[in-house]
Write a protein that binds this ligand. Structure first.
Ligand SMILES: [Mg+2]
Length: 366
């Protein structure tokens, strides 16, 4: 088989309302779909690149750069292709270029699955076919007070959630502790509760927050500080009984090697759409296994379901529901079903991602 074309289709649409985490406000949703055509007309690879916040022209130019090397190569040779794209001196070791590499690599795995007639999670290891899943949300929104936050958590539990996550870090610590208290009361003692600061704190603030939050039995404290502050993360990890999680802003096996060497966090949160694709994700998963660390991937449930299901140290899948995105449930032909706190891995060949191109068309930006 040979690659005949590589392109990125970029879409953007407004959210139901702007959502805010510890540091940022998001008014729109982005979707970057990498499409790889092959000389077998029935086999096209679909991949996703993590939130590329640059102009569509920049994204397209990076794809074009890689395309020159890729056309004519066998799409099944993912290790070779990754090596070919990875020219750190020329295209950078992190950031947008690695996110594009990620989308290309994910599309290659989709092709591999389609060629083999197997879902990707089976190709990668098939550890299980149903994984624990948590509902992420609890953003700051205009008009959303403690009562509305509690209502959101109760709705999550009613949907079958056994684990939920909220944002912290945008308001004074004591105010956030109050939000945590209200959520714990809303979900009861047996549902897992996580908090995510999205890098909003300095390490001493994070330690203060964690110690004050300990009594609410947190399952993890996510991204307390800047992603490059491994020593700060390690200090927080040692200072509190709350497990610390991070990794969604980390790149490649090298970044995760450094995090692990610092024993920076208790739980690793790689994002295959960001760190370098599925090929690289599996290497991170193996590094984590060699250090008895669990993996709880960041976002992108449609891709990460395959990766959590494939590995023995897949802790839990992150899942976004319909609360903040008007397009939830309208983008893919087949949606994952969240039931009893779990999600089944799709059994279609490849990743099982079929974009509804007609619906997406009006949101095209590139
Ligand atoms: Mg996060």
């Amino acid at each position: 088989m040979k690659i005949t074309d590589v392109r990125m289709e970029m879409f953007k649409w407004p959210r139901t309302k702007p959502i805010t985490n510890g540091l940022y406000t998001y008014t729109h949703n982005l979707l970057n779909i990498v499409v790889i055509e092959t000389d077998e007309p029935e086999i096209t690879g679909i991949g996703l690149s993590g939130g590329i916040e640059v102009t569509p022209e920049v994204g397209a130019a990076i794809v074009e750069h890689f395309k020159k090397a890729l056309v004519g190569m066998d799409p099944l040779d993912n290790e070779r292709i990754w090596h070919e794209m990875w020219r750190p001196k020329l295209v950078g070791r992190r950031g947008v270029t690695t996110r594009v590499i990620s989308g290309i690599d994910i599309a290659l795995w989709d092709i591999k699955g389609k060629a083999a007639g197997l879902p990707v999670y089976k190709l990668l290891g098939g550890f299980t076919d149903r994984v624990d899943t948590y509902i992420a949300g609890g953003y700051y929104e205009e008009g959303k007070g403690l009562k509305e936050l509690a209502q959101e958590m109760e709705d999550n539990v009613r949907l079958g959630a056994t684990a939920v996550k909220i944002k912290v870090g945008a308001v004074p610590i004591n105010e956030d502790i109050e939000r945590v208290r209200v959520c714990r009361e809303a979900i009861g003692p047996d549902v897992r509760l996580m908090v995510d600061a999205n890098n909003a704190y300095r390490h001493y603030q994070a330690i203060e927050f964690a110690r004050k939050a300990e009594k609410y039995d947190l399952f993890w404290f996510e991204e307390p500080v800047e992603p490059d502050d491994y020593i700060g993360q390690a200090e927080i990890t040692r200072a509190t009984s709350v497990p610390v999680a991070a990794g969604e802003n980390e790149y490649t096996r090298y970044g995760f090697r450094d995090m692990i060497n610092h024993r920076a966090v208790d739980i690793l949160q790689p994002d295959g759409l960001i760190l370098g694709g599925i090929t690289e994700f599996m290497k991170v998963a193996a590094l984590a296994q060699a250090n008895d660390l669990d993996i709880a991937p960041h976002g992108a449930q449609a891709v990460h379901i395959h990766l959590v299901a494939a590995i023995s140290n897949g802790l839990i899948l992150e899942y976004y529901r319909d609360t903040v995105d008007p397009m939830h449930g309208k983008i893919w032909e087949h949606e994952l079903e969240f039931k009893d706190g779990k999600v089944h891995a799709p059994d279609r060949p490849g990743l099982g991602l079929e974009p509804k191109w007609d619906t997406l068309q009006e949101f095209r930006v590139g």
